[in-house]
Design a protein around this ligand. Structure first.
Ligand code: AMP
Ligand code: MN
Ligand code: MN
Length: 320
């Protein structure tokens, strides 16, 4: 998108947000630091402009994000949004399609949809789309939008936005970290963003049961030399025995293997198997692999969810 076009979209988004009074903010299934950080930053901003805002997520919230300011105001574990027609605007953050929200009745709304995202498979489903594939995170795009409102970026808003950037860049280690990402980070730090908590809860602190789960995952790594894929599995039973959230942490960690074209973590929950795909190589696009299983994502980090169970056999783990 050219600079002019991007600016027109930002202005249109601003107009929609300004004229709306009751706004629904959604993210994606299996919410992460970018999706939740962005939702909260937008809610805090809109509240300061005297808008009524409802944040709804279809899954439960990972415990490592409970430190975020305002997190208790997110309605989580919902499959449907109550009274969907009372909202005069829907904002979708960090999602390539409305289906990714996991909320079944979003499409029943006739209100405009503002789509703010950075996934390459985004279907441009919004009435206004601010989709920047080069942005590190939805939070980075949101920062540029919030500047247009000429409001004070408070310490809490800054913390939520930095959480999104920090999560999606995997602590500034991913190649999606650009000079613009670091400029915004610098601005957020100067607004008082609580980087200490972000580092502690997103990167450092792990419970004993989480570390044991990591140990199990590492012990099960198996290499498919023909495909160049190194994979591992976690059954529902494994996950139930631990209070670990945020399995993306393990998925990112195992992607350190230099001989792998791609790494894959398969984990099972409620009759569904989620795949976290990662690659460090520039000549591999894991989102294409995820697409084969009905998922999507980015070139270097993608995911999919399929129905099934993981089953241990003598020949190894099987999906049934
Ligand atoms: P994950 O492996 O779940 O951490 O996800 C990596 C990236 O792929 C994130 O940007 C996700 O939003 C995206 N992603 C994960 N699962 C899916 C899915 N089922 N469909 C589309 N995109 C997905
Ligand atoms: Mn996300
Ligand atoms: Mn994101």
């Amino acid at each position: 998108m050219s600079y002019e076009l991007a600016n027109i979209q930002l202005n249109r988004a601003c107009y929609l947000l300004r004229k709306s009074k009751y706004i629904l903010v959604c993210g994606h299934q299996r919410p992460d630091g970018d999706c939740i950080g962005s939702m909260l930053a937008l809610k805090l901003t809109l509240n300061s402009l005297s808008k009524r805002v409802s944040c709804v997520i279809s899954d439960t919230l990972p415990p490592n994000l409970w430190f975020l300011p305002g997190i208790e105001q997110i309605k989580s574990g919902k499959k449907k949004v109550k009274k969907i027609n009372k909202f005069d605007l829907i904002v979708s953050l960090d999602s390539s399609s409305l289906e990714r929200s996991g909320l079944e009745n979003l499409k029943a709304s006739t209100s405009p949809v503002l789509n703010i995202d950075h996934h390459q498979d985004n279907s441009l489903f919004g009435s206004v789309n601010i989709v920047k594939l080069k942005a590190s995170s939805a939070a980075e795009i949101l920062y540029d939008l919030l500047l247009k409102f000429e409001i004070e970026i408070t310490r809490d808003i800054a913390t939520c936005l930095l959480c999104g950037i920090f999560f999606d860049t995997d602590a500034f280690r991913n190649p999606n970290t650009t000079s613009h990402t670091l400029e915004i980070t610098s601005q957020l730090l100067s607004k008082g963003a609580c980087v200490k908590k972000i580092v502690r809860y997103l990167l450092q602190e792990k419970s004993l049961s989480t570390l044991r789960l990591w140990g199990k995952t590492l012990a099960r790594l198996s290499e498919n030399k023909k495909l160049g894929i190194i994979s591992t599995v976690l059954s529902e039973e494994d996950i139930k025995q631990s209070e670990a959230g945020g399995l993306e942490g393990i998925a990112n960690y195992i992607s350190c293997l230099p001989q792998a074209k791609a790494t894959l973590l398969l984990s099972e929950k409620d009759g569904l198997i989620h795949g976290n795909l990662r690659t460090q190589r520039d000549d591999v696009d894991v989102s294409k692999l995820a697409l084969l299983f009905g998922g999507g994502g980015h070139k270097k980090a993608a995911g999919f969810t399929i129905p099934g169970k993981l089953f241990k056999t003598k020949a190894g783990w099987k999906v049934i």
